[in-house]
Design a protein around this ligand. Sequence first.
Ligand SMILES: *Cc1c(COP(=O)(O)O)cnc(C)c1O
Length: 419
Amino acid sequence: MKKPFVTLEQLQPITDQYPTPFHLYDEKGIRENARALYKAFSWNPGYKEFFAVKATPNPQILKILKEEGCGVDCSSLTELMMSDRCGFRGGEIMFSSNDTPAEEFALAAQLGATINLDDISHIDFLKGTLGYIPKKISCRYNPGGVFTLGESKEGFQVMDNPGDAKYGMTRSQMTEAFKRLKELGAEEFGIHAFLASNTISNEYYPALAAILFKVAVELKEETGCHITFINLSGGVGVPYRPEQPANDIAVIGEGVRKAYEEILVPAGMGDVSLCTELGRFMLAPYGHLVTRVLHEKLTYKDYIGVDACAANLMRPAIYGAYHHITVMGKEDQPCDHKYDVTGSLCENCDKFAVDRMLPKIDIGDLLVIHDTGAHGHAMGYQYNGRLRSAEVLLCEDGSTRLIRRAETPEDYFATAIWD
Ligand SMILES: *Cc1c(COP(=O)(O)O)cnc(C)c1O
């Protein structure tokens, strides 16, 4: 059973202080999870997690992760600017972007970020932009085809389609890119790949690592480049559904270590540092969207209307994604009512749940929508003039802190030209 990280008793005073809807983050959970990740990869001395800023671009969240030893992975100008303002420096910033504008490469280089090139044509674009090629540089690899791990014993399959993805370079382009970068003065090389998203499997990272490690050994032989880091990127998932098993990061770290010892160490590459760019795994379970029931509508179905909408959490509307819902204070009651839980947008996809079995809901009940800590508030938008909510941090000592205020109508109107 999925349990919220707050009880109704804890939540009531919080909702007195901050009007619903809002995203609530669990500092204790975030820190403990980050420590477990670092422990799982402690066998690799250079290991570093670069948190994917796009998942939760909040300065206070970034600062917590920084205290836990994390860097940041940025993919846009504003993410670079935010990371700079949060005090991330040089080696703490990875810039893994695609279709990148020149000014973003320029800022990344100015901040000393490690630039991860998405395409071979970006080598000359970067050289043209900066006038030089940074000494430390990375290239993004796309092996093409279909990536599959087969069915796990729990029956959850990992499959994705790199051959259909816009990211990364082909295998032969990787060789060419490394040679060209070396000619242009690069000295330290890295390899990056992102093959599958939200994987529920302890096998994903080890399988990806084995692919990248083999490519690294080949590239070293073919080009003589000094490969100093390998970036496993994001993609380690979280169990959104209650019946899904959680990934075990210790098992994942051990699986990667085995591949490292089997492939890199014998090739004399036992000094390669690993990095990750996890977003979802770092934050998703440690965020709740807290919303209150405004209406119950009985037509052809039983609709529960809440004060949050897809503007606050888009994943159900755009991907049909499942997010678990807890009716606060009714955790022990039977789930014997079938509801659609809806927001207020004039869009029929604005439903947090469809045909969901839940305890009997009353107007005024508080609902917690689970696993909204990553790609939740961040994906918000303002369609229908609905505004993005506040973000609140539940601190380790049980107190709360506003870490982003809710948007106001004035924010919404600020970019309009009235006369
Ligand atoms: C989105 C993204 C990530 C993070 O992905 P998660 O699924 O949240 O772990 C990491 N790296 C890059 C380049 C990304 O685009």
